[in-house]
Design a protein around this ligand. Structure first.
Ligand code: ATP
Length: 234
Protein backbone atom coordinates (compact mmCIF):
# COMPACT_ATOMS: atom_id res chain seq x y z
CA UNK A 1 0.00 0.00 0.00
CA UNK A 2 1.35 3.40 -0.97
CA UNK A 3 -0.70 5.70 1.26
CA UNK A 4 -2.52 4.73 4.41
CA UNK A 5 -4.56 7.15 6.48
CA UNK A 6 -5.37 5.51 9.80
CA UNK A 7 -8.18 6.76 11.98
CA UNK A 8 -7.29 10.45 11.79
CA UNK A 9 -9.04 13.05 13.91
CA UNK A 10 -8.65 16.73 13.00
CA UNK A 11 -10.02 19.76 14.84
CA UNK A 12 -10.52 23.39 13.93
CA UNK A 13 -10.43 24.86 17.43
CA UNK A 14 -12.96 22.81 19.34
CA UNK A 15 -14.84 21.71 16.24
CA UNK A 16 -14.12 18.16 15.09
CA UNK A 17 -13.82 18.24 11.28
CA UNK A 18 -12.55 14.65 10.93
CA UNK A 19 -13.78 12.03 13.38
CA UNK A 20 -11.68 9.00 12.59
CA UNK A 21 -11.12 8.85 8.84
CA UNK A 22 -9.30 5.85 7.36
CA UNK A 23 -8.39 5.75 3.67
CA UNK A 24 -6.07 3.44 1.75
CA UNK A 25 -4.51 4.10 -1.63
CA UNK A 26 -2.64 1.37 -3.52
CA UNK A 27 0.05 2.05 -6.06
CA UNK A 28 -1.43 2.67 -9.52
CA UNK A 29 -4.94 3.45 -8.33
CA UNK A 30 -7.23 6.41 -8.73
CA UNK A 31 -9.11 6.74 -5.45
CA UNK A 32 -11.78 9.36 -4.94
CA UNK A 33 -13.36 10.94 -1.87
CA UNK A 34 -16.90 12.15 -2.43
CA UNK A 35 -19.43 13.75 -0.09
CA UNK A 36 -21.50 16.85 0.57
CA UNK A 37 -20.14 20.31 1.42
CA UNK A 38 -18.41 20.27 4.76
CA UNK A 39 -18.05 16.49 4.89
CA UNK A 40 -14.28 16.77 5.43
CA UNK A 41 -12.87 15.98 2.00
CA UNK A 42 -10.58 19.01 1.73
CA UNK A 43 -9.49 18.67 5.34
CA UNK A 44 -8.50 15.05 4.68
CA UNK A 45 -6.32 16.10 1.72
CA UNK A 46 -4.78 19.00 3.66
CA UNK A 47 -3.92 16.68 6.52
CA UNK A 48 -2.27 14.23 4.13
CA UNK A 49 -0.21 17.00 2.52
CA UNK A 50 0.72 18.48 5.90
CA UNK A 51 -1.17 21.77 5.66
CA UNK A 52 -3.22 20.77 8.73
CA UNK A 53 -2.04 18.99 11.83
CA UNK A 54 -3.89 16.01 13.22
CA UNK A 55 -5.17 15.47 16.75
CA UNK A 56 -4.76 11.71 16.59
CA UNK A 57 -4.30 8.91 14.09
CA UNK A 58 -1.48 8.19 11.67
CA UNK A 59 -0.55 8.72 8.03
CA UNK A 60 1.79 6.22 6.41
CA UNK A 61 3.37 6.93 3.02
CA UNK A 62 5.56 4.39 1.28
CA UNK A 63 5.76 2.49 4.55
CA UNK A 64 6.92 5.49 6.62
CA UNK A 65 4.97 7.41 9.24
CA UNK A 66 4.73 10.96 7.90
CA UNK A 67 2.15 12.20 10.43
CA UNK A 68 4.58 14.77 11.84
CA UNK A 69 6.65 15.48 8.72
CA UNK A 70 6.54 19.12 7.49
CA UNK A 71 4.63 19.68 4.24
CA UNK A 72 7.64 20.51 2.04
CA UNK A 73 9.34 17.27 3.07
CA UNK A 74 6.20 15.36 2.10
CA UNK A 75 6.47 16.91 -1.38
CA UNK A 76 10.09 15.75 -1.58
CA UNK A 77 9.02 12.29 -0.42
CA UNK A 78 6.63 12.08 -3.37
CA UNK A 79 3.29 13.59 -2.34
CA UNK A 80 2.26 16.16 -4.93
CA UNK A 81 -0.70 18.46 -4.50
CA UNK A 82 -2.73 20.72 -6.76
CA UNK A 83 -4.75 22.62 -4.15
CA UNK A 84 -8.36 23.80 -4.27
CA UNK A 85 -8.45 27.37 -5.55
CA UNK A 86 -5.34 26.57 -7.61
CA UNK A 87 -2.69 28.53 -5.69
CA UNK A 88 -0.62 29.45 -8.72
CA UNK A 89 1.73 32.47 -8.74
CA UNK A 90 -0.33 35.05 -10.68
CA UNK A 91 2.49 37.48 -11.52
CA UNK A 92 4.81 34.81 -12.89
CA UNK A 93 4.67 33.30 -16.36
CA UNK A 94 3.21 29.89 -17.01
CA UNK A 95 6.72 28.58 -17.64
CA UNK A 96 8.11 29.92 -14.37
CA UNK A 97 5.12 28.53 -12.48
CA UNK A 98 5.92 25.10 -13.88
CA UNK A 99 9.58 25.46 -12.88
CA UNK A 100 8.51 26.37 -9.35
CA UNK A 101 6.89 22.94 -9.14
CA UNK A 102 10.34 21.38 -9.39
CA UNK A 103 11.91 23.60 -6.74
CA UNK A 104 12.59 20.70 -4.41
CA UNK A 105 14.47 18.73 -7.05
CA UNK A 106 17.84 19.27 -8.59
CA UNK A 107 19.09 18.77 -12.11
CA UNK A 108 17.50 19.31 -15.45
CA UNK A 109 13.75 19.51 -15.88
CA UNK A 110 13.50 19.48 -19.68
CA UNK A 111 11.85 16.07 -19.76
CA UNK A 112 9.22 17.00 -17.16
CA UNK A 113 8.56 20.36 -18.86
CA UNK A 114 8.11 18.65 -22.21
CA UNK A 115 5.70 16.19 -20.63
CA UNK A 116 3.67 18.94 -18.93
CA UNK A 117 3.42 20.84 -22.23
CA UNK A 118 2.47 17.64 -24.03
CA UNK A 119 -0.31 16.86 -21.55
CA UNK A 120 -1.49 20.47 -21.63
CA UNK A 121 -0.90 21.97 -25.10
CA UNK A 122 -2.79 25.06 -23.92
CA UNK A 123 0.01 25.76 -21.44
CA UNK A 124 2.62 25.45 -24.20
CA UNK A 125 0.80 28.05 -26.28
CA UNK A 126 0.76 30.37 -23.30
CA UNK A 127 4.11 29.67 -21.72
CA UNK A 128 5.09 33.35 -21.56
CA UNK A 129 1.71 34.64 -20.37
CA UNK A 130 1.29 35.83 -16.76
CA UNK A 131 -0.48 32.99 -15.00
CA UNK A 132 -2.96 35.32 -13.29
CA UNK A 133 -4.40 36.39 -16.64
CA UNK A 134 -5.30 32.84 -17.66
CA UNK A 135 -8.84 31.47 -17.50
CA UNK A 136 -9.99 29.35 -14.57
CA UNK A 137 -9.61 26.15 -16.56
CA UNK A 138 -6.14 27.09 -17.75
CA UNK A 139 -5.09 27.90 -14.19
CA UNK A 140 -6.36 24.50 -13.11
CA UNK A 141 -4.26 22.86 -15.83
CA UNK A 142 -1.26 24.86 -14.64
CA UNK A 143 -1.79 23.81 -11.03
CA UNK A 144 -1.83 20.15 -12.07
CA UNK A 145 1.14 20.60 -14.43
CA UNK A 146 3.10 22.30 -11.68
CA UNK A 147 2.36 19.50 -9.21
CA UNK A 148 3.60 16.96 -11.78
CA UNK A 149 6.93 18.77 -12.11
CA UNK A 150 7.87 17.37 -8.69
CA UNK A 151 7.39 13.84 -10.12
CA UNK A 152 5.04 12.76 -7.36
CA UNK A 153 4.27 9.13 -6.58
CA UNK A 154 0.82 10.24 -5.47
CA UNK A 155 -0.98 13.26 -6.88
CA UNK A 156 -3.53 14.83 -4.53
CA UNK A 157 -6.21 16.72 -6.43
CA UNK A 158 -8.77 18.94 -4.70
CA UNK A 159 -11.84 19.62 -6.80
CA UNK A 160 -10.09 19.95 -10.16
CA UNK A 161 -13.45 20.41 -11.93
CA UNK A 162 -14.61 23.27 -9.71
CA UNK A 163 -16.00 26.21 -11.65
CA UNK A 164 -15.20 24.76 -15.06
CA UNK A 165 -17.48 24.61 -18.11
CA UNK A 166 -18.68 21.07 -18.96
CA UNK A 167 -16.32 20.66 -21.91
CA UNK A 168 -13.31 21.58 -19.78
CA UNK A 169 -14.48 19.27 -17.01
CA UNK A 170 -14.33 16.42 -19.53
CA UNK A 171 -10.85 17.49 -20.60
CA UNK A 172 -9.51 17.70 -17.05
CA UNK A 173 -10.89 14.27 -16.19
CA UNK A 174 -9.39 12.64 -19.27
CA UNK A 175 -6.03 14.24 -18.48
CA UNK A 176 -6.21 12.84 -14.94
CA UNK A 177 -6.86 9.42 -16.47
CA UNK A 178 -3.83 9.84 -18.74
CA UNK A 179 -1.62 10.93 -15.83
CA UNK A 180 -2.66 7.78 -14.00
CA UNK A 181 -2.10 5.62 -17.08
CA UNK A 182 1.46 6.96 -17.22
CA UNK A 183 2.07 5.67 -13.72
CA UNK A 184 1.06 8.29 -11.15
CA UNK A 185 -1.28 7.23 -8.35
CA UNK A 186 -4.12 9.71 -7.79
CA UNK A 187 -6.22 10.68 -4.77
CA UNK A 188 -9.05 12.86 -5.99
CA UNK A 189 -11.53 14.97 -4.02
CA UNK A 190 -14.60 15.88 -6.03
CA UNK A 191 -18.08 17.37 -5.71
CA UNK A 192 -18.79 16.02 -9.17
CA UNK A 193 -19.49 12.50 -7.92
CA UNK A 194 -20.70 11.14 -11.25
CA UNK A 195 -17.48 12.04 -13.05
CA UNK A 196 -15.24 11.06 -10.15
CA UNK A 197 -16.85 7.63 -9.78
CA UNK A 198 -16.66 7.03 -13.51
CA UNK A 199 -12.92 7.69 -13.44
CA UNK A 200 -11.81 6.14 -10.15
CA UNK A 201 -11.04 2.56 -9.25
CA UNK A 202 -12.26 2.89 -5.67
CA UNK A 203 -14.15 5.50 -3.68
CA UNK A 204 -14.93 6.60 -0.15
CA UNK A 205 -18.11 8.44 0.79
CA UNK A 206 -17.62 10.99 3.58
CA UNK A 207 -20.36 12.42 5.78
CA UNK A 208 -19.72 14.92 8.58
CA UNK A 209 -16.16 13.85 9.19
CA UNK A 210 -16.58 10.09 8.88
CA UNK A 211 -16.35 7.48 6.13
CA UNK A 212 -19.82 6.00 5.68
CA UNK A 213 -19.07 3.81 2.69
CA UNK A 214 -16.10 2.52 0.71
CA UNK A 215 -16.27 0.32 -2.35
CA UNK A 216 -15.12 -0.08 -5.95
CA UNK A 217 -16.25 3.09 -7.72
CA UNK A 218 -18.37 1.19 -10.26
CA UNK A 219 -20.32 -0.36 -7.40
CA UNK A 220 -21.08 3.04 -5.87
CA UNK A 221 -22.35 4.31 -9.21
CA UNK A 222 -25.10 1.68 -8.90
CA UNK A 223 -25.68 2.10 -5.16
CA UNK A 224 -29.23 3.42 -4.52
CA UNK A 225 -28.21 5.52 -1.48
CA UNK A 226 -25.27 7.07 -3.33
CA UNK A 227 -27.43 7.69 -6.39
CA UNK A 228 -30.09 9.42 -4.33
CA UNK A 229 -27.68 11.53 -2.29
CA UNK A 230 -24.89 12.40 -4.74
CA UNK A 231 -25.88 11.51 -8.29
CA UNK A 232 -29.06 13.50 -8.52
CA UNK A 233 -31.61 10.76 -8.69
CA UNK A 234 -32.88 7.26 -7.97
P1 ATP B 1 -16.48 21.32 0.46
O1 ATP B 1 -16.86 20.32 -0.55
O2 ATP B 1 -17.57 22.30 0.77
O3 ATP B 1 -15.14 21.95 0.23
P2 ATP B 1 -15.31 19.46 2.35
O4 ATP B 1 -15.92 18.09 2.38
O5 ATP B 1 -14.05 19.61 1.62
O6 ATP B 1 -16.38 20.50 1.85
P3 ATP B 1 -13.95 20.60 4.60
O7 ATP B 1 -13.59 21.84 3.89
O8 ATP B 1 -12.90 19.60 4.85
O9 ATP B 1 -15.16 19.87 3.87
O10 ATP B 1 -14.62 21.01 5.97
C1 ATP B 1 -14.95 20.06 7.01
C2 ATP B 1 -15.52 20.81 8.21
O11 ATP B 1 -14.50 21.62 8.81
C3 ATP B 1 -16.65 21.78 7.86
O12 ATP B 1 -17.62 21.72 8.88
C4 ATP B 1 -15.98 23.13 7.83
O13 ATP B 1 -16.89 24.16 8.18
C5 ATP B 1 -14.90 22.97 8.87
N1 ATP B 1 -13.74 23.83 8.55
C6 ATP B 1 -12.97 23.76 7.43
N2 ATP B 1 -11.97 24.66 7.46
C7 ATP B 1 -12.12 25.34 8.63
C8 ATP B 1 -11.41 26.40 9.27
N3 ATP B 1 -10.30 26.95 8.70
N4 ATP B 1 -11.86 26.85 10.47
C9 ATP B 1 -12.95 26.28 11.06
N5 ATP B 1 -13.64 25.26 10.53
C10 ATP B 1 -13.25 24.79 9.34
Amino acid sequence: MLLEVKDIHVHYGKIAALKGISVEVNEGEIVTLIGANGAGKTTTLKTISGLRGLTSGRILFDGKDISKMPGHKRVMAGLGQAPEGRGIFPGMTVHDNLLMGAYARSGNFDKELAEAYELFPRLAERRNQAAGTMSGGEQQMLAIGRALMAKPKVLLLDEPSMGLAPLLVQQIFSIIEEINRRGTTVLLVEQNAQQALSLAHRAYVLETGSVVKSAPAAELLDDPDVRAAYLGGG
